[in-house]
Structures are given as structure tokens and as C-alpha cells.
Ligand binder design. Structure first.
Ligand SMILES: [Zn+2]
Length: 997
């Protein structure tokens, strides 16, 4: 037979596009349209409905950037349409290629009942099926004229990312506002042809099935009368029933489709817009659930649910009803889909506490699946936290974005730093925005690494990023591939149903130990320094606020600010969202975040001050030092207050050859005339810290213009070009410290070097006005080490200092919390920080041997999506601790993040709990969230070894019980009126709840 395959495929494409799809709405009449533009920010629904609109015509421009316009559309269904299906077509000026990234709307009935969302792939509102004719139609559309930030020429700097700089030129033009007859037969024919056409292209040309589909499609196209598509669509469909009814082969891949809309809690839009995005998407999904009995939708991020409840009660009513039906499913169990690299131990835990508690309180749902499709890498502390929260499964697809290495599994056990294993699935469809195309399904089946031993994968299906959700077209396609030869078999299922099947069929999945490092988006550890600093400050202030408020409650009967702490925690957790803390949002988001963190600090300091005043006694009685850290220091117990002890004195002298020498008997530091550290001598260990011939505390400036994703990415080639900032404007002695001022480009920097016990503190203030540059602070260290440690949640991880394999080479920028640590057996060095996360550690070969250089990442200056990223003044504290063990690194990390507080008073404060082994670190002391008055203490083994310790409560205890993170007992309560013996495995995390006697 002659090969006419190309001819038929081209025919299908043209006829579908130019004849069949245009016949979907064969008749239409225009609606009357009027509009009221809200003067500034969005208004309550009632206000928008009550406003007096003015006429506007199709073709008119509307929509200032970030504006809100309330359209009122009215019309009458023509009598002659009686018996037919009629829809309103409301095209606000959409570009179909950018769902979620441009204007959007939410349609209401005149009484304020939400109908559904409008977005580029969802422009219709069903009026009647069938209509009687003569019905009056009146709809209101709350339209948001959100600008396109990531447009057809992506990553171009734009001022549209902040309302304050976006201007007032209208962005959109009303395109179509009609009532139209919907031809169900034509729509079904489109669905048939799309499914078969897409499947056909995925099948091998050598196989018979491909040709069967092609012949059937060709017959269907023959049956279409191009002058009367509506009259012949049914006949065309009849030609396809045979190929559509052939069942899937027994070994077909099984896809669990989960209706989904990945909605970034803020990104290319501000937080307040996400409140509305969520309402639009939820309205769409409740409507779709009513129309489609098989469909299942899952929504993550308790914060987004809470927004609906608070701001859109009319949508909330529909959502709660749909949840009760079991098909609108709360998933994820986190407050937001947060970053997981940077959040500290307790904050990561509280993401689950607040997320899971919301779903339990509202719906009685305690879900066990962690849903993080889009997060930029996964810290090795996470498995233990997931388990401690009572969850046991993880889903993400993001590691498929890695640039260098291909991850070897799609379904596996992920082992965290403490050995906890979590059943993990990476959807092989490689997207969280699956739209049920044949190409996506075939890719999932082909790509699935575990085939032969497992058969099931999950496909999050629906428009995401900016929202929209699943469409009726996706549901129609899923129905056709439920059991279709050549295609994976698709079922709508909940995440829990999927995981149950995946676990059952795969009892011995492979294991991946350690972090899930994303080989991309590494600059998110540095971009938007003030957002990161705000997070770090807030986490430590929250620790102090809980500790001192609990202590004041137990010791002095002071009220515990339950509601206030709950609210502040949720604010801090929200800002750990995977585009806020990583610094990848528009200017508006980060401007608001800076202000929010200021308010959080103010409020938490207020709580801390009040608690400490309640504890400190007579204010005229001298000075007390409150130590909020988990280790005793300067004679003050951890979690207590006492009179301060004098510190070690530093002597200062001139250095031969210029510069200064700082000496406190423990460390001797030489700073040369350029203000560079040429020696840090550990007197006790009798050894030098700085690598031979190198200088420490060196600022290095790199050009930094990644190939794409400016705020997200730093590409490896940035390291090829570097400028060492060695010229000093001034080197001087100030109060026993060396102060160095430098200027470079349009920027200037002041560094102050101070000896403090075994620490050399390096305080850096940068007035940063660079563009597309990367500023690093380098410490070349005389240490030969194959690996180094970075603090992570409830422990630390090791990474190689070499680049033997592509996996190691790809980790050229990585995340730490408060410290990195390198060591030779018996002697190590910690570099601690008060607010930076990004760093790199490399090996340098010299005549005296191989040394190790640790560099922290201070600032970047990408121009997308915030063209002014990080411009202005920044302050950082770093400290080098020669001779430090891991235990010292842990302790000094807390010291720089929790400065002591000096408070007037005379009453020394005994800690609420004392642990007799510094390896066991208390991460939280608080009163129980259920307001019972119980004291909750969380602690972990911090050094990666075994610990036997004794925890001694400083108050009468009736009962002690071990709990999960949500403070729910996991064991039988034990009666205890004294010390509690502890035995901990490496990095083990424990929560104890103590009932007060
Ligand atoms: Zn995202």
C-alpha cells in the first residue's frame, strides 16, 4: 500500500484547526458589557457587585497593571435557541499560551454566588443545557489585570513587577463577550481527534496500531462535510468508535491522574493576588467536580485553604461540600509548599504542624502525603521531620529539572540524615501541569525508570503556577485513555490511592541516601538577602519568644500569647514559600516581605521583653544576661538568666610591615596593611589556620549573568572570572577591632574584624549598587579534607570538596544553615553565619599541600524578576572558629544567631529544662498548642553520634509523654517527678510533653 501517512497527519491538523474547532460555537449573539474599575486595590465582592458600571465595548482597552475591573454582562437567550446548549463566552483579551500568567476573572451571579474562574484556557460559562429560550442572563466578572512578567521574551527586566513602578497604561483589550450555542457533538469530535492524533504520533511507525489510528482518522475526516461540520460531526465520530474501544495492553503503564493546580503562593504576583487566584481555581474545580463524576482534585498548602475560608466564604462553602464528597482532597500537610533547603529545624517542623492541623481541624483529614512538586531541592533532614509529623510519603517532580545528572529512580525510598526512609515518587510525566496530552502520557510511560518492577505513576493534571486547574477537556481526554490500546491507562485518583497502589506493587524499592540536590536554581540560596535575613531573624526570635514566654508562664504565671505566636508562625511559614524565601518573586513581594519581617521582629521582641521583665525581678538590682541558646555561655545556663561574667580581653598592636595584630591568648590574628587576614594562629593547637600564601576574609567579585532564570540561577562559568577586592580605602583600629573600608564599582564595604573568645567575628556592611555581579567572602584554610559538613535541619550533611564525579561537580553552590565545618582528624574549623545560606567549598593545591577554601555567598544583583534586587545597604556577621569540633560549630552557630540579651533585674532565672550533654540540643521550649498548660520540649542529637543524657525539668512534673510534632502522644505517658533519662540515635529528634504537677 502507498504510504500516505504525512498527508493524513497534515490533513488532520488543518481540518481540526480551520474547520472543526471553529464550528464549536456555530451561533452567537453579543452580550451588553459595562465595567467599573476599582480605584486601587481589590474591593470586597459586595462592593464590586454594587458599583455602578459604565458601558465598554468589545475591542476597548481595559486594565491598568494590577488593577481590578468589575464587568457586568447582560443579555437574553434567543428564543430560537430553545433546546440547545448555550454558554457565555467571556474573552477578556486572553493569550491562550499563558494560562495563569495574565489577566484572570472570577464570575459571580448577581447574588454574589461564585460560578467559576475565567482564564485563557477556560473562557466559558454554561448558561443552560438545554435552554428554554428567552432567559435573561446577568453575570459579574471580577477581573484582575495582572501583567505578564514572564512573557514571550523571558527574563527581560521589567518595572511591571511592582504596582509602584508599573505605570497605568491599560494592558488588555476585551476580545469577545457573547452568548453562543455550544455544539456538544463537535466538542466530542475534537476530543476524539485530539486523543487519537496525539496518541498516533507517539506510536512506533513500524506498529500496526499507528496505522489503524491513521486510517480511522482519515475515514472520520472523509465523513466531515467541511461546509456542515455541525451536521456531520456525529457521523465522523462513528468512524472512530472502533479504534477508541480497543483496550489497553495488559502491560500498559498505569497513570493516576490527580486534578491539580500548582498555585505559587506568591511569585510573579503579590500575596494578595494569590488569595484571589486560589478562589478562582477552587471555583473552577468545584464546578468541574459537579459536572464530571469521575474527576478528583487535590489541593495542597493549608494557607491557601485558609485564605478561601477567610476571604471568600461563598467559595469556602462549595469547597467544604466537595471535600465531604471525598473528591476535593486536601493534600501535602504543610502550611505552604515551602523551600526545604533554607528553613531551620523548627520552622520546617512547624510547616507540618500548622499544615496538618488545619486539615485535621477543618475536615478531620490527617493526610500522609507530602506534596512538593516545585520545590528547589530537598534537605536530608526532611525525612525525619515528615515521619515525626505522622506522614510517610513524598511527591515531587522538580529533580527532573537538574541540568547535569539524571536521577536514577522515579519510585524509591529516600533516606534522610538520621536514617529515616520515606516512600518517594517523582512523577515521570516531568511536570506538575500535565494537560493529558498523548505526548505527556507517552513520556511518562517511556521515562518511568522503575518499569519491569513497578507500573504506577502519578500525573498532577491541570494548569498551574498561576492557577486555573483542570479543564473539562483534560477530563474528556482522560476518559478516552482509561483503557485504550497504545496508551497508558489513566484513572482519576487521590494521592493516597496512588501511593497505596505504588507501595503495594513495589515492596522493595531502591534507596537514595542523603539530600535530593537540585542541579539548578542554586542562586536561590543568595538572591534577595533581606528576605533571607528576615527569615533567619524571625526563626530565632520565635525560638526566644516561645522559650521566654513559656518560662514566664511557668515561673511567674504570665499569660502565654498562644494566638499571637500562632499568627506569627503562620506569617513566617508563608514567607518560606518556594518563591519568597528563595528570592525569585517580583519586587512587590520582596518589598512587602521586608516590611513584614520588620513587623514580626517588633512583635516578637515585644513578647520577649514582656516575658523577661516578668522574670527579671527588681529592675534597679543590676543587669541580668538572658541566654536563649541551647548551650550555657559566659556562666549563664542555656534557657536561663544570670549575672554576666567578664569575657577574654584582646590586646592590639602594630604589625611588622604594616597592619595590626589582635591577640587574646587563644587566637592571634594578623591583618596586613590592605586589611586582609594573613594569619589566624590557634595558640593552643599551635597551628596556622590560613592556607599558606593566601589571605582570608577576602571579598571576591564575579560577573553573574546566567543563561536564564536570573534570580534563580548561577551558572558554573561565573567562577572563570573573578576580581579580588584587595585595595583598601582605610584600615584602622576601632575599640579593639580592625576596621577596613573598601570601594569597588558603585559600591562600598566596611568590614570589622573582632576577636571574641575562640571566634574571629567578621562583620560586613555592604552598600551594594552592582548589576549582575556575585559577591563572595573567601576563607582559604590550611586544612586537607575530602569532605565538609553543612548544618541542615536537625543535623548536618557532608559534601565532597572534590569534583570526581558529575554529581559532586554539580554541587558547586550549596546550602548551609548556621555553619560549615571542615576538619582533619583532631582539628577542625567552623565558619558560622547569622543569615547567609549559599556557599562553596573547594580544594586548592599548593607547594605545601592541598588546602580547602570556604566561601560564603553574600550578594547577587540579578535583574529579573526584580530589576532592583538587593540594591542598598546589607549587614552580615560571619565568624571563623579555629579548632572547632562539630559540637563547637553547633554552639557557635547559635551564639551568632542568638545574641545575649541584657536586662535590668536581680532575679536569676533557672531554665525550665536542663540537658546534661551538649550533644543534645534543645530546639524548642514552649507551652502546648492545645492551651492545656503542658510544657513541650523538642531536642535532637546534633553531632551524628549516640547520646545518653539526662533531661531535668526545672518545675514539678506529673507526667511525661513522647509525642509527634503535633504534640500527639506516640507512647504511653510515664510518671516522672525528676530527671528523664534519654538515649538518642545519631541526629534523632524527640518531642516530650510534660504535664505540670
Ligand atoms: Zn511553584
Amino acid at each position: 500500500m502507498h504510504d500516505d501517512r504525512d498527508l493524513v497527519e497534515a490533513r488532520l491538523k488543518r481540518v481540526l484547526n480551520e474547520r472543526i474547532r471553529p464550528a464549536l460555537y456555530p451561533e452567537s449573539v453579543p452580550l451588553e458589557v459595562a465595567v467599573w474599575h476599582a480605584p486601587d486595590e481589590p474591593v470586597p465582592v459586595a462592593e464590586g457587585l454594587a458599583a455602578t458600571p459604565e458601558p465598554i465595548a468589545v475591542g476597548d482597552a481595559w486594565g491598568v497593571p494590577w488593577g481590578t475591573s468589575w464587568f457586568t454582562v447582560t443579555g437574553t437567550v434567543p428564543r430560537e435557541w430553545a433546546g440547545r446548549t448555550v454558554e457565555a463566552l467571556l474573552d477578556l483579551g486572553f493569550d491562550e499560551d499563558m494560562p495563569g500568567f495574565q489577566c484572570e476573572g472570577l464570575v459571580y451571579l448577581p447574588d454574589g454566588a461564585p460560578v467559576k474562574g475565567l482564564n485563557p484556557r477556560n473562557q466559558w460559562v454554561r448558561v443552560g443545557a438545554p435552554v428554554k429560550g428567552g432567559e435573561q442572563v446577568r453575570l459579574h466578572v471580577e477581573a484582575a489585570s495582572n501583567p505578564v512578567i514572564l512573557g514571550r521574551h523571558p527574563f527581560q527586566p521589567t518595572r511591571l513587577g511592582d504596582k509602584e513602578t508599573a505605570g497605568s497604561d491599560p494592558l488588555y483589550r476585551l476580545t469577545r463577550m457573547d452568548l453562543a450555542v455550544f455544539d456538544e457533538n463537535v466538542w466530542q469530535l475534537v476530543m476524539d481527534l485530539e486523543v487519537l492524533g496525539e496518541l498516533m504520533h507517539q506510536l512506533p511507525v513500524e506498529g500496526a496500531r499507528r496505522w489503524e489510528l491513521m486510517r480511522a482518522v482519515n475515514r472520520a475526516l472523509d465523513a466531515v462535510d467541511l461546509q456542515d461540520v455541525n451536521g456531520t460531526a456525529a457521523a465522523a465520530r462513528a468512524e472512530l468508535t472502533g479504534v477508541l474501544s480497543a483496550p489497553a495492553v495488559p502491560s500498559a503503564h498505569r497513570v493516576s491522574a490527580v486534578g491539580h493546580a500548582h498555585i505559587d503562593s506568591a511569585w510573579l504576583w503579590p500575596l494578595r493576588e494569590t488569595v484571589r487566584k486560589v478562589a478562582r481555581t477552587a471555583s473552577n474545580m468545584t464546578a468541574l467536580l459537579e459536572d464530571e463524576p469521575d474527576f478528583v482534585f487535590a489541593m495542597s498548602q493549608a494557607q491557601q485553604w485558609a485564605w478561601i475560608k477567610e476571604h471568600r466564604p461563598e467559595v469556602w462553602a462549595k469547597v467544604t461540600k466537595a471535600v465531604a464528597s471525598g473528591r476535593f482532597v486536601p493534600t501535602g500537610g504543610m502550611w505552604v509548599e515551602s523551600d526545604t533547603n533554607m528553613p531551620g529545624s523548627e520552622a520546617m517542623a512547624r510547616q507540618f504542624v500548622h499544615g496538618k492541623r488545619f486539615f485535621i481541624d477543618e475536615f478531620g483529614v490527617d493526610n500522609e502525603e507530602v506534596w512538593l512538586p516545585d520545590t528547589f531541592g530537598f534537605a536530608a533532614g526532611l525525612p525525619q521531620i515528615i515521619k515525626a509529623a505522622g506522614s510517610k510519603r513524598l511527591l515531587t517532580q522538580k529533580i527532573s529539572w537538574s541540568q547535569t545528572n539524571t536521577f536514577p529512580h522515579h519510585t524509591f525510598l529516600w533516606e534522610g540524615l538520621d536514617g529515616t526512609r520515606i516512600f518517594t515518587h517523582f512523577p515521570p510525566v516531568d511536570t506538575y501541569n500535565c494537560s493529558m496530552t498523548g505526548g505527556e502520557l507517552a513520556h511518562a510511560a517511556r521515562n518511568f525508570k522503575d518499569k519491569g518492577v513497578a507500573r504506577h505513576s502519578l500525573a498532577p493534571t491541570g494548569w498551574g503556577d498561576g492557577g486555573g486547574g483542570t479543564t473539562r477537556e483534560m477530563v474528556a481526554k482522560a476518559a478516552r485513555v482509561r483503557d485504550l490500546e497504545g496508551s497508558p491507562a489513566v484513572r482519576w485518583e487521590t494521592p493516597a490511592d496512588f501511593f497505596a497502589k505504588a507501595e503495594a506493587e513495589y515492596p522493595h524499592p531502591p534507596v537514595w541516601a542523603g539530600e535530593l540536590y537540585l542541579e539548578l536554581h542554586r542562586a536561590t540560596l543568595t538572591s534577595q538577602a533581606k528576605t533571607k535575613q528576615g527569615n533567619r531573624r524571625s526563626e530565632h526570635l520565635l525560638r526566644e519568644a516561645e522559650l521566654w514566654a513559656a518560662t514566664a508562664a511557668v515561673r511567674a504565671g504570665a499569660p502565654y500569647p498562644y494566638a499571637q505566636l500562632d499568627r506569627i508562625w503562620k506569617t513566617v511559614l508563608l514567607h518560606q514559600f518556594h518563591d519568597i524565601l528563595p528570592g525569585s518573586s517580583i519586587a512587590w513581594v520582596h518589598r512587602e516581605a521586608r516590611r513584614t519581617y520588620e513587623l514580626v521582629a517588633e512583635e516578637l521582641n515585644g513578647i520577649i521583653d514582656a516575658a523577661q521583665r516578668a522574670l527579671a525581678g527588681d529592675a534597679s538590682g543590676g543587669t541580668l544576661v538572658f541566654n536563649g541558646a541551647p548551650h550555657a555561655r559566659g556562666g549563664v545556663p542555656a534557657g536561663g538568666a544570670a549575672r554576666p561574667e567578664p569575657g577574654v580581653r584582646t590586646s592590639v598592636r602594630e604589625r611588622d610591615g604594616g597592619g595590626h595584630v589582635l591577640d587574646n591568648g587563644l587566637l592571634r590574628v594578623e591583618v596586613d596593611a590592605r586589611g586582609l587576614i594573613v594569619s589566624i594562629y590557634d595558640v593552643e593547637a599551635d597551628r596556622e589556620t590560613v592556607a599558606p600564601g593566601k589571605v582570608a576574609g577576602l571579598l571576591q567579585l564575579h560577573p553573574d549573568f546566567p543563561n536564564k532564570w536570573d534570580a534563580w540561577d548561577v551558572d558554573e562559568f561565573y567562577r572563570n572570572t573573578v576580581t579580588d577586592l584587595t585595595e583598601a580605602d582605610e584600615v584602622s583600629l576601632v575599640d579593639g577591632s580592625v576596621r577596613v573600608r573598601r570601594s569597588f564599582g558603585s559600591s562600598s564595604v566596611t568590614q570589622v574584624l573582632t576577636l571574641s573568645g575562640r571566634r574571629l567575628d567578621v562583620d560586613t556592611e555592604v552598600d551594594w549598587h552592582e548589576t549582575e555581579k556575585f559577591l563572595k567572602l573567601a576563607f582559604p584554610l590550611d586544612v586537607h579534607a575530602d569532605r565538609y559538613a553543612s548544618e541542615s535541619q536537625y543535623g548536618h550533611v557532608f559534601r565532597a570538596t572534590h569534583t570526581n564525579t558529575s554529581w559532586e561537580a554539580a554541587k558547586f553552590e550549596a546550602c548551609n544553615h548556621r555553619f560549615v565545618h571542615v576538619e582533619e582528624p583532631g582539628w577542625g574549623i567552623a565558619l558560622v553565619n547569622d543569615s547567609t545560606y549559599g556557599h562553596d567549598v573547594t580544594r586548592t593545591a599548593g607547594e605545601a599541600g592541598t588546602t580547602t577554601t570556604v566561601r560564603v555567598s553574600l550578594l547577587r544583583a540579578p535583574r529579573f524578576p526584580d530589576p532592583e534586587t538587593d540594591q542598598g545597604v546589607h549587614r552580615f556577621r560571619h565568624a571563623l572558629v579555629p579548632g572547632a569540633t562539630i559540637g563547637d560549630a553547633v554552639r557557635e552557630g547559635y551564639v551568632v544567631n542568638l545574641p545575649e540579651r541584657r536586662v535590668p533585674g536581680d532575679a536569676e532565672v533557672a531554665p525550665l529544662v536542663t540537658v546534661d550533654d551538649d550533644a543534645v540540643v534543645v530546639t524548642a521550649v514552649k507551652l502546648a498548642d492545645d492551651e492545656s498548660g503542658d510544657v513541650v520540649v523538642r531536642f535532637h542529637e546534633s553531632r551524628g553520634g549516640r547520646a545518653r543524657a539526662t533531661l531535668t525539668p526545672g518545675f514539678p512534673v506529673a507526667e511525661v509523654v513522647e509525642t509527634d510534632l503535633l504534640e500527639r502522644p506516640t507512647a504511653e505517658p510515664r510518671r516522672h517527678d525528676g530527671p528523664v533519662p534519654l538515649t538518642l540515635r545519631p541526629f534523632e529528634l524527640v518531642t516530650l510533653r510534660m504535664k505540670r504537677a
